[in-house]
Design a protein around this ligand. Sequence first.
Ligand code: ATP
Ligand code: MG
Length: 160
Amino acid sequence: ETVDLGEVMHQIADRFEMVNKDKNIHFDRQFPSYPIYVDMDRDKMIQVFDNIISNAVKYSPDGGTITLQMVPKSRDVDIEIIDEGLGIPKESQNKIFDRFYRVDKARARNLGGTGLGLAIAKELVHSHGGYIDVQSVWKKGTTIAVTLPYSAYKKAGGGE
Ligand code: ATP
Ligand code: MG
C-alpha cells in the first residue's frame, strides 16, 4: 500500500492533541508541502508512530511541545519525533528497542506500559526496509528518528 506520510502524521498528531487535551501537548509539524509516499501497510505505519509519539507524550511535561519533522533525502525520508521531556540516560539508549526493557522501574511503574512499544516499532520499521535510532540527553529530551525508503511506485511531487 502506498501511503502519504504527511497525511498519516497529521492524522496521528490531531488525534493525540485531542486525546491529551488536559495535558495541553502541542505538535509542531515541520513537513514538506508536497506528499511523501512510502510503501507500507497503513495500519502498521500508524502503529509505529503511535508507539513513538505516545512515549513522547508520556515523558513530556504538561504544555510541552513535540516536534514532528519530516526531512526528504535523496533515497529515503527521515521522520523525527522530538520531545523536550525527561530524556534517556546514555547507558540505556541502546536498550530501549529491546523487548520489555524500561529505563527506570519506579518511573515505569507510575507511567504504565509493558516495554514492548519500541521493540514492535523497530521490527515493523526493519521489515519495511527502514531503520530507527535514538538520540537523547537526560533531562533535556529525546529524538527518535525513523528512516523509510520512498515508494517504488509513486514519486514525490517535489524534490528531484
Ligand atoms: P509500552 O510502549 O509497551 O506501553 P513502554 O512505553 O514502557 O511500554 P517502550 O515504548 O518500548 O516501552 O519504551 C521503552 C522505554 O524507553 C520506556 O519505558 C522509557 O523508559 C524509555 N523511553 C522511550 N521513549 C522515551 C521518551 N520519548 N522519553 C523518555 N524515555 C523514553
Ligand atoms: Mg511505549
